[in-house]
Design a protein around this ligand. Structure first.
Ligand SMILES: NC(=O)c1ccc[n+]([C@@H]2O[C@H](COP(=O)([O-])OP(=O)(O)OC[C@H]3O[C@@H](n4cnc5c(N)ncnc54)[C@H](O)[C@@H]3O)[C@@H](O)[C@H]2O)c1
Length: 350
């Protein structure tokens, strides 16, 4: 049995790693998948329960529950509490409701939508939803293999892929040329994380790269697309911001400032084009299980952000974000412009 305080399903991965028995159990589990505990560096602030949701099957609920039992030598503090300990809530706990995606036939019929970051995560899910709802998608990503996977998953769909970097003006021209004269929608999804540093520890390299992709890339592509929407007198743009656009405790300064800039672009454009038939909105995702990479280059950042993340909602599936994004992109978003929609399981209500 560990000498430290009891570990529970709600203890952070950092606490599990700091405990000798917890460390050993996690190391053994990862070894079964050919990995070691270094892969958990970026997940130190997340609870073991959140890791179940984020692991995409690698850490099933039963395995996590078993880890809790074993680390406490057959005694789970969570179970003890449930079996007579002081109640932690005044509301009965109910199991999370499963969500089933419902395809709206032909919702995007006749429409061309550019989706950036379409090779992975939220962009992949957004492109997929539009394709399955009858739309034509110009799928943009820097990764050719990821775009190939999107194609393989959608045979016979109206899908054009463009391997391009949105920070590159020539790449932006190729994207707009591939779309042709009519562009109904633009989903600016591509983005990168930062290294969770506070401002006095942030390098020029991290600041500039995060702003290049999250801000400059979004700016350049939107600037190139808007004239076609103005000519058509219609269009819908959805920018993917973040919980970090709503608060200071979700990421480092570079990512936080970049996503606040995305909200600024959204509101300015919504106002400027409000009478020209172009709607511009943003979605602010909470945690989502994707391939996005974040690192922790600062002990202060890890400590401060970890403390703020202790009670945030579990990670969503990328398809749930696609549901929010495609709602705003589609005509169902009529009457919405300049909105910043948190799609975060309630984090913004904390
Ligand atoms: N995953 C989360 O928890 C989360 C939370 C809040 C906001 N977001 C935002 O959601 C968006 C999508 O992130 P994700 O989690 O799906 O990440 P992801 O890494 O799974 O997918 C992002 C895709 O964008 C591509 N990309 C990166 N830079 C690019 C560039 N310069 N040009 C073209 N393509 C580029 C990548 O190759 C990748 O395929 C990002 O803007 C991110 O900031 C994600």
């Amino acid at each position: 049995m560990s000498t430290n305080k009891p570990l529970t399903i709600k203890s952070s991965v950092g606490d599990w790693l700091a405990d000798p028995v917890g460390h050993q159990l996690l190391a053994e589990l990862l070894a079964q998948h050919g990995r070691d505990v270094s892969v958990l560096k970026a997940a130190r602030m997340f609870s073991l329960q959140r890791m179940v949701a984020m692991s995409r099957g690698m850490l099933p609920q039963e395995t996590a529950d078993d880890l809790v039992r074993r680390v406490n030598v057959g005694r789970s503090p969570d179970q003890d509490a449930e079996q007579g300990g002081a109640p932690k809530t005044t509301l009965p706990a109910v199991p999370a409701r499963a969500w089933t995606e419902r395809i709206v036939s032909d919702r995007f019929g006749g429409c061309t939508t550019i989706v950036t970051g379409a090779g992975s995560g939220i962009g992949f899910a957004t492109a997929s939803r539009i394709l399955r709802e009858g739309g034509r998608v110009i799928a943009v990503d820097v990764s050719a293999p990821r775009l190939a996977a999107l194609v393989a998953a959608h045979p016979n769909a109206q899908l054009v892929t463009v391997e391009a970097d949105i920070t590159d003006e020539a790449g932006v021209r190729r994207i707009v040329d591939a779309a042709g004269d009519r562009i109904d929608g633009l989903a600016n999804v591509a983005g990168i994380g930062d290294d969770m540093t506070p401002i006095h520890e942030t390098s020029d390299q991290v600041w500039e790269r995060v702003f290049a992709v999250n801000v400059d890339g979004t700016f350049r592509l939107t600037r190139a697309v808007v004239p076609k929407m103005l000519a058509a007198g219609r269009g819908s743009i959805v920018n993917v911001a973040s919980e970090a656009a709503l608060r200071g405790s979700a990421a480092g300064v570079a990512y936080t400032a970049s996503k606040h800039a995305v909200v600024g672009m959204t509101k300015s454009s919504a106002y400027m084009y409000g009478e020209a038939g172009i709607r511009v909105n943003a979605v602010a995702p909470g945690p989502v299980a994707t391939n996005i990479e974040v690192s922790f280059a600062s002990a202060l950042g890890e400590d401060r952000i970890g403390a703020a993340m202790a009670n945030i909602p579990l990670a969503a599936d990328a398809a749930q974000l696609a549901a929010s994004i495609t709602f705003l992109l589609s005509d169902d978003g009529t009457n919405l412009t300049g909105a910043v929609l948190p799609s975060d399981g309630g984090w913004s209500a904390l």
